[in-house]
Design a protein around this ligand. Structure first.
Ligand code: NAD
Length: 469
C-alpha cells in the first residue's frame, strides 16, 4: 500500500492489525468497523454581495452502540467524505479508550474560512445545523458536535442558538453541542482541554523510567527538547503546558514557516507575536525556517504535530529524528511511516489516546448541561469548612498555628475548573496505564494496544445489546 492510501483505509489498516490480536468473530469485527450513517448535504449560501455559492458538508455517525454520538466539526477546504468517515471512526475508538460513554461521529464543511466573511460563516453554520436538525443528526441524546480544526466557541454558540430556536425540547437543548463559551453553558477548562490532555499523556509516558531508558532519555519532562507543529487551539495549549512542565520548546512550525531557537521559545510570546504581526516568522532571538515542514526534521526528544493529518509520510520519515512523537493532531503519521518509525524504536503516543482530552471534557460539559448546575457549586463551601475543621483539629493537637491567609488557601474547596482538570488528569493517566499494559501483554505498539482496548470495549457493548430486529 502506498502513502497515498486514503485516510479511512489507513484507519482501517490499523483496525485490522489490532483486530488480529482479538478473538472476536469476523461478523462482529465488521459490525464495529463500519460507519452506521453517512449524511452528505449540499446547500446554497447567499454571499454578502448577493451571489450564490453551493456549500458541501457532511456529518458521519460511525457507531451508535452508545448514544449520543459525539465528534467535532471541521471547516477546511480539504474536507471530504473519506476524511470525515475516518475521523468519525477514530472518535468511536477514542471515546472507548478514555471510557467516555458515547459513540463516534464527525462533521465537516468544505470551505476555506478565509474566503468568507464572518456573517457568511454564521449563515453557513446555521444552515448546516438546520440540515442536521431536519435529518435528526443533532440533539442531546442523539448526536452532539464540538469544535475541531477551523471551528471554536463562536460556531458552537450559533449551533446552540439555532437548535434552541427550532427544538421542541428546550429543557436539555444546552447539551446539543459542546465547546461552547462559558456564558452559553460551556464548561471551564474545555478550550484548553485537548492541549492539556496532550501534556498529561506525554508527561505520563515520560515518567516511565524503563521506557525512557530504552530511548536513552532520563524520566520526566524537565529539559526535554520539543518541536511543535501548529499554534492553533491544540498546539498552543499543549505547548504552554509542556513549557510549564519543564520541556524546552526549541521550534514552532506554522503554515507560513517555522522558527527555531535551541535555548527555547516562549510559547505565549510567540503567540502574541503572531497575533500582532500575522506570522510567527521574525520572532526576536529565533532563526526563521522558510519551509515549515523542515522543522519536523530537527533533532529533538519530543515532536508534537498539532495541525493536520499526513504530516509524517514516506516522503520525510527517514529524516525525522524525534525519539517521542505525541500525536496531538488526528492522523499526522501515515500508516507506512508509522511502521518505519516503530521499527526504529520511536515511541509514538497515538492520536486516539493523546488528543482525547477534548472529548473527555466535552463529556463533562454535556453532564453539566443536563444537570443544569455548575460543577463545585454544591460542594465548594462544604469542602472548605470540612478542610478547615480538620486543619483546626490538627492545630489543636499539634499546637502549630496556620496563619489565616494560608488557611484560606490550604482549605479551599474545588472550583469547576479544578474538578474538570482533575477529571481530565485522572482519565489521561489511567487510560495510558491501560494501553501500556495491553501493549506489553501483546508485545505490540501503543496504537495497536489502544485499538485493541477500544475494539474489546465496543465488542462487549454490541454483544450485550444484541441486534435489532
Ligand atoms: P486550529 O484550527 O485551532 O489550529 C490548527 C493550526 O494548524 C492553525 O494555527 C493552522 O494555521 C496550523 N496549520 C495548518 N496547516 C499547517 C501546516 N502545514 N504546518 C504547520 N501548521 C499548520 O485546530 P485545532 O483545533 O488546534 O486542531 C488541530 C488538530 O487537532 C486537528 O487534527 C484536529 O482534528 C485535532 N483535534 C482537535 C481537538 C480540539 O479540541 N480542538 C480535539 C481533538 C483533536
Amino acid at each position: 500500500m502506498s502513502q497515498h492510501d486514503s485516510f479511512l483505509n489507513q484507519v482501517d489498516r490499523m483496525y485490522a492489525k489490532a483486530a488480529s490480536f482479538t478473538d472476536h468473530a469476523p461478523g462482529l469485527l465488521s459490525q464495529i468497523k463500519i460507519c452506521n450513517s453517512v449524511y452528505h448535504m449540499e446547500f446554497p449560501l447567499v454571499k454578502d454581495d448577493g451571489s450564490i455559492e453551493v456549500i458541501k458538508a457532511w456529518r458521519v455517525e460511525h457507531s451508535q452502540h452508545k448514544l449520543p454520538v459525539k465528534g467535532g466539526i471541521r471547516y477546511a477546504p480539504s474536507v471530504n467524505q473519506d476524511e470525515v468517515m475516518a475521523l468519525a471512526t477514530l472518535m468511536t475508538y477514542k471515546c472507548a479508550i478514555v471510557d467516555v460513554p458515547f459513540g463516534g461521529a464527525k462533521g465537516g464543511i468544505q470551505i476555506n474560512r478565509k474566503d468568507f466573511s464572518e456573517s457568511e460563516i454564521e449563515r453557513i453554520t446555521r444552515r448546516y445545523t438546520y440540515e442536521l436538525i431536519r435529518k435528526n443528526f443533532i440533539g442531546p441524546g442523539i448526536d452532539v458536535p464540538a469544535p475541531d480544526y477551523g471551528t471554536g466557541p463562536k460556531e458552537m454558540s450559533w449551533i446552540l442558538d439555532t437548535y434552541t430556536t427550532l427544538t421542541n425540547n428546550p429543557l436539555d437543548a444546552l447539551a446539543c453541542v459542546t465547546g461552547k463559551p462559558v456564558g452559553q453553558g460551556g464548561v471551564r477548562g474545555r478550550t484548553e482541554a485537548t492541549g492539556r490532555g496532550t501534556f498529561f499523556g506525554i508527561r505520563e509516558a515520560c515518567s516511565v523510567a524503563e521506557d525512557m531508558k530504552k530511548l536513552g532519555l532520563e524520566p520526566g519532562l524537565e529539559g526535554k527538547t520539543t518541536v511543535l507543529q501548529g499554534l492553533g487551539n491544540v498546539g498552543y495549549h499543549a505547548g504552554l503546558f509542556m513549557q510549564e512542565g519543564g520541556a524546552i520548546i526549541i521550534a514552532i512550525a506554522e503554515y507560513e514557516g517555522a522558527i527555531h531557537n535551541e535555548a527555547g521559545l516562549d510559547v505565549d510570546a510567540v503567540f502574541q507575536h503572531r497575533r500582532e504581526t500575522g506570522s510567527i516568522l521574525g520572532f526576536p532571538g529565533a532563526t526563521d525556517i522558510q519551509n515549515s515542514a523542515d522543522a519536523l526534521e530537527l533533532p529533538c526528544d519530543i515532536l508534537i504535530p498539532a495541525a493536520l493529518e499526513s504530516q509524517i509520510t514516506m516522503g520525510n520519515v527517514d529524516r525525522i529524528q524525534a525519539k517521542i512523537i505525541g500525536e496531538a493532531a488526528n492522523g499526522p503519521i501515515t500508516a507506512d511511516a508509522d511502521a518505519v518509525l516503530l521499527e526504529r524504536g520511536v515511541l509514538i503516543l497515538p492520536d486516539v489516546y493523546l488528543n482525547a482530552g477534548g472529548v473527555t471534557v466535552s463529556y463533562f460539559e454535556w453532564l453539566r448541561n443536563l444537570s443544569h448546575v455548575r460543577f463545585g457549586r454544591m460542594s465548594k463551601r462544604f469542602e472548605q469548612r470540612s478542610n478547615a475543621r480538620i486543619i483546626k483539629a490538627i492545630s489543636d493537637v499539634s499546637g502549630i498555628v496556620i496563619p489565616p491567609e494560608q488557611l484560606a488557601e490550604v482549605a479551599a474547596g474545588a472550583d469547576e475548573v479544578d474538578l474538570v482538570n482533575s477529571g481530565l488528569e485522572e482519565t489521561m493517566i489511567s487510560a495510558y496505564q491501560e494501553i501500556r499494559s495491553i501493549a506489553r501483554e501483546h508485545d505490540t505498539d501503543l496504537r495497536t494496544a489502544a485499538f485493541i482496548t477500544a475494539i474489546n470495549k465496543v465488542a462487549v457493548a454490541y454483544k450485550e445489546m444484541g441486534i435489532f430486529p
